[in-house]
Write a protein that binds this ligand. Structure first.
Ligand code: ZN
Length: 71
């Protein structure tokens, strides 16, 4: 699973630092060959709203994080 350091780690989508208290989604490391289009999400941390706003965000959650509810 991605390592998240609040106040230091940057969201890979918006490029802004993630602060404690912000809703986040962490993605695990996966074999990119299985989901080459989702490489951006490999082993990374994101703001939850950035993931849902991203064109591939829902697909990433569906494939890599089926436990997270879709809104
Ligand atoms: Zn973000």
């Amino acid at each position: 699973m991605a390592l998240l350091l609040y106040g230091m780690s940057e969201c890979e989508i918006c490029g802004k630092v993630i602060f404690e208290g912000e809703p986040v989604v962490l993605f695990p490391a996966f074999f990119v060959g299985e989901h080459p289009e989702l490489e951006l999400f490999n082993d990374s941390a994101f703001h939850r709203e950035c993931v849902f706003a991203h064109s591939l965000g829902k697909e990433a959650i569906l494939k890599l994080h089926p436990d997270i509810s879709q809104e």
